[in-house]
Design a protein around this ligand. Structure first.
Ligand SMILES: Cc1cc2nc3c(=O)[nH]c(=O)nc-3n(C[C@H](O)[C@H](O)[C@H](O)COP(=O)(O)OP(=O)(O)OC[C@H]3O[C@@H](n4cnc5c(N)ncnc54)[C@H](O)[C@@H]3O)c2cc1C
Length: 393
């Protein structure tokens, strides 16, 4: 690794102390821990608790509300470091960006009540209910209804892929408050609520685990006349779609850095293995056929990281960054996948042995090309909003 001679910090590595502090927690949670969780379909409660107590998951909460008051780039570095060390950032990442909706659009009373409790770990805001069985990419078609009745909204409908709902105290919910046919624009009439999961289960809220390709603790959530206090509405009724959109740039930038972290995990593991594994009396890493896919994936990861940094820098400067955040997510998800494939091939048969953690991470990282937004939808965004082509859907 090249060093900056003035500071002895590896070139291109920002927030070195933060990376080191996060890594100190991660090394206490080796592959064995994550494999056991998969066997038990369990949540990494202790790992998330350690990150919370160290203040890492509250990095983006302003100091005035008990958080770290750090820029988005610092949060990205935290998530990247977690994944680079073989841990799984997605088990706790949502808290970082979900709370942004509350921070930007919640009332002062809501922020004073909730943000300090999230920062201290007393309350978990890890669940985000947008996707429904018949509505993924086309969010405005969602069917879950919230109807005002006195001091409450009565919620009926269903969400799917609501990750971590069984390990969160609060859920940010997007529901339709005005039927689409009564709205001027299809993006109108959607509202955001904070649902108290603890109080609501058994009173109109049912949560069922959803078995997935990897251990993501994701769920299906059913609303059957759930009463949500009107004071839990965030911002103005009917403006929820815009509030959620506001949070997407942070989400995409952070997910891009998670993908970069996973990609670096694969490169580190593959290089180690390629140097050690002897075949035909020489290390497999001395073959160009093994080197080149790793070198190419490394180059792609560096480029994706630069794009993620640009998105974060623009976000932190309060500049428009929608296209940059989308591009960062697109490039990082693909670079990470190429690193995953190269690492799998480098490990040969042992890639399929669970103890190397390559197959676990390989399964985990495929999701970046699908969620939180799929590659095609990003390409459509670029085609329309950057290149000026006609809207294709
Ligand atoms: C592990 C996991 C965790 C998740 N966690 C959450 C969560 O916590 N909360 C939440 O709300 N959601 C969550 N999701 C849902 C995720 O956001 C959606 O899966 C994603 O938005 C895609 O929606 P969809 O699956 O309905 O795909 P669809 O919208 O049905 O699309 C299917 C495919 O068709 C393509 N496609 C659709 N329309 C077009 C078009 N016009 N042009 C070209 N291609 C098109 C898409 O790119 C995609 O490849 C999660 C998903 C997964 C897999």
């Amino acid at each position: 690794m090249m060093l900056d001679t003035e500071t002895s910090v590896p070139l291109g590595v920002d927030w070195p102390e933060l990376r080191e502090a996060v890594a100190r927690i991660c090394i206490r949670y080796p592959g064995e821990y994550w494999r056991r969780l998969e066997d038990e379909q369990a949540y990494p409660t202790q790992f998330i608790e350690d990150l919370t107590q160290a203040g890492f998951l509250a990095a983006l909460i302003p100091e005035a509300y008990g958080g770290g008051g750090l820029p988005l780039r610092a949060a990205a570095v935290i998530l990247e470091t977690i994944n680079r060390h073989g841990c799984t950032a997605s088990q706790g990442h949502a808290q970082m960006y979900i709370m942004g909706t509350l921070l930007r659009h919640g009332s002062e009373a809501q922020k004073r009540e909730i943000l300090p409790r999230i920062a201290s770990g007393e309350c978990r805001l890890q669940a985000f209910g947008v996707t429904e069985p018949t509505t993924g990419s086309d969010t405005t078609k969602l069917k879950t209804r919230a109807v005002r009745e006195g001091n409450h909204y009565v919620v009926t409908g269903q969400k799917v892929w609501t990750s971590r709902a069984l390990h969160s105290d609060l859920m940010l919910l997007l529901a339709r408050t005005t039927p689409a046919e009564q709205c001027q624009k299809r993006t109108d009439g959607l509202s955001v609520f904070l649902v108290d999961i603890r109080e609501s289960r058994g009173h109109g809220l049912t949560i069922q685990p959803l078995q997935a390709m990897f251990n993501h603790n994701t769920t299906e959530v059913f609303f059957d006349g759930l009463k949500v206090p009107a004071k839990n509405l965030i911002g103005e009724e009917g403006k929820g779609f815009g509030y959620i959109l506001d949070g997407l740039n942070a989400e995409r930038t952070l997910v891009a850095s998670e993908a970069v972290g996973d990609g670096r995990f694969f490169i580190d593991a593959a290089v180690r293995y390629a140097n050690e594994r002897m075949v035909f009396n020489r290390s497999i890493g001395s073959n160009q056929g093994v080197q080149f896919p790793l070198a190419r994936a490394y180059a792609e990861l560096e480029a994706a990281d630069m794009m993620a940094r640009r998105a974060a820098a623009l976000f932190d400067a309060a500049k428009p960054c929608g296209s940059d955040a989308n591009l960062a997510k697109l490039l990082a998800s693909e670079a990470c996948w190429h690193a995953a494939e190269a690492a799998l091939q480098t490990h040969g048969g042992f890639a399929f042995s669970r103890e190397y953690d390559i197959e676990r991470k390989w399964r985990e990282c495929r999701v970046y090309q699908v969620a939180p937004v799929s590659t095609n939808l990003i390409l459509s965004h670029v085609a329309q909003h950057v290149l000026g082509l006609e809207r294709s859907y």
